[in-house]
Design a protein around this ligand. Structure first.
Ligand code: XUL
Length: 511
């Protein structure tokens, strides 16, 4: 058998999915949950105490990789039949490696674990991740140096969580450690480097989340790199298309039962991988991923950028471009409000929507429990247009969910119209949320079988890059729609009115 393994190294977990591309089935699956399985490592914290700063311990991802493969082997997953590996990582997060890293990666000893061997290769103990919004000063400096070309050429204006401003902050705050850094990786290319035992390239999908890749030339932009930090261009791995086979699995991993000839495809970001794993292949079809953060993404044809500057353009792993907008207060906010209202998930997902009318009588609550990315709001706090504290649980829940979905609609209008929205992520189990999504967009909503669409997409990328399987056939077999929710046409006017209310509330909140 020729199976392909997809790995997704995200904020809260590392997941693995093995696919058989011929039968279109999943033949193995495992997860390492960071807070449950590896609580000794930080997945998102602030080393300095600044609440806008969010870093992770990169050793966590290494411990997770060893643990995932140990688990898969113990479960009898067919690792010996895997011929290709693809992967995805939480986007924007960066890992800093010193001059010894090349040697260390090339000589991984199966008798020791990854953490103890790779720890000495780090020139920076922590990795800033996508939840970090502490680099406004650096973003302002980059904008002043480069001007509007930063957005039109890299696909996004200077963004706090994007890697460029994070690298600049590191260089400014710790120039010595920056100078000791030989290679700067994304989470995705770092994991690929560990798997191949050599510095891996960065793909166009994840590389576009750095504010450093010129999407018109598909190369690192020398002027932007120079304005970001001295010598940066030399510290970046090459940028390549996602379908590039970057090397073979390092001999270290044969201890888990892998064969000695497994090819590894370039890793990408979790959102570009999800685009593939949800079968999103045509304009007019969009994906809403309801995870820790909510994201909205779609194929983008032709290349253009968001006039508001909130949407980002990344490389599409299947070729061309995709766009993505990230709303940080996704499940973060849903979990918060469920705890606060002390209801169970059935009430939250279903009952709350049965007990309240579509449009919630105009009551909305902007769910910015944490500093928000879209729209950018640095002062956290809920903003409601009604007496929130004394309202019923069902009113509070609908007020939050409708505001979340209206925000997605408002900030995706620049891309065009959508006839179908596919949903993925944990909260896509909620019938109330799905119907609200269909009504707010007045579009068909489709669910898909596999929730872990990034890991599935990563496996599909491997099957394409290594096994030469066609993406159309892979998506038909592995990512078909499982249910369709039609919009309630009678709610169209209600949501047009609520959209106007939302816009006023958002404008007031932004000041
Ligand atoms: C996208 C983003 C998040 C992370 C989450 O720009 O910041 O979706 O990729 O893993």
């Amino acid at each position: 058998m020729s199976y392909h393994l997809g790995l997704d190294s995200s904020t809260q977990s590392l997941k693995g999915i093995i696919i058989d591309p011929v039968t279109g089935t999943i033949v193995g699956q495992a997860t390492v949950n960071f807070s449950k399985d590896l609580p000794q490592y930080h997945a998102a914290y602030s080393p300095s105490g600044d609440p806008l700063e969010k870093h992770a311990d990169p050793l966590l991802w290494l411990a997770a990789l060893d643990l995932l493969f140990t688990r898969m082997q113990a479960d009898g997953a067919p690792l010996d039949q895997v011929v290709g590996i693809g992967g995805s990582g939480q986007q924007h997060g960066s890992v800093y490696l010193n001059a010894h890293s090349t040697q260390i990666l090339a000589n991984l000893d199966p008798a020791q674990n990854l953490v103890e061997q790779i720890a000495p290769a780090l020139s920076r103990k922590t990795s800033p991740i996508w939840m970090d919004s502490s680099t406004s000063a650096q973003c302002a400096e980059l904008t002043a140096a480069i001007g509007s070309r930063l957005q039109t050429d890299t696909g996004s204006p200077a963004i706090e969580r994007f890697t460029g401003s994070q690298i600049r902050k590191f260089y400014q705050h710790d120039p010595g450690a920056y100078a000791d850094t030989g290679k700067i990786h994304l989470v995705s290319s770092f994991m690929a480097s560990v798997l191949t035992g050599t510095h891996a390239p960065i793909d166009f999908g994840d590389g576009a989340g750095m504010n450093l890749l010129n999407l018109k030339t598909l190369t690192w932009d020398p002027a932007i790199c120079a304005a970001t930090a001295p010598g940066l261009l030399e510290k970046l791995p090459p940028a390549v298309p996602t379908h590039t086979v970057i090397g073979n699995l390092a001999p270290y991993f044969t201890k888990y039962g892998f064969s000695s000839a497994v090819a590894v495809a370039a890793w990408t970001g979790d959102n570009p991988a999800s685009l593939v794993g949800t079968g999103t292949t045509r304009p007019g079809l969009a994906v809403v991923s309801l995870g820790t953060s909510d994201t909205f993404f779609a194929v983008l044809e032709p290349y253009r950028t968001d006039p508001e500057g909130y949407g980002h353009v990344f490389g599409n792993p299947t070729g061309g471009f995709m766009c993505l907008t990230c709303f940080k207060n996704g499940s973060l906010a849903r979990e918060r409000i469920r705890e606060e209202t002390q209801v169970d998930w059935t009430f939250f997902d279903v009952t709350a929507f049965e007990k309240t009318p579509a449009g919630n009588d105009g009551q909305l609550a902007l769910p910015w429990f944490e500093a928000e990315i879209t729209p950018p709001v640095l002062t956290p706090g809920l903003r409601a247009n009604f007496e929130f504290a004394t309202a019923s649980p069902e009113t509070k829940i609908r007020a939050i969910i409708e505001a979340q979905i209206l925000s997605i609609r408002v900030h995706s209008q620049w891309i065009g119209n959508f006839d179908t929205i596919r949903v993925t992520g944990g909260a896509s189990r909620s019938t109330g949320i799905l119907q609200t999504l269909a009504n707010v967009f007045q579009a068909k909503v489709e669910t898909i079988a596999v929730q872990d669409s990034a890991a599935l997409g990563a496996a599909m990328i491997a099957a394409h890059a290594v096994g030469q399987h066609r993406y159309e056939a892979l998506s038909q077999a592995l990512a078909p729609a499982t249910a369709t929710i039609a919009p309630d046409l009678a709610t169209k006017a209600t949501y047009e009115a609520l959209l106007a209310t939302y816009l006023k509330l958002e404008a007031a909140a932004k000041g």
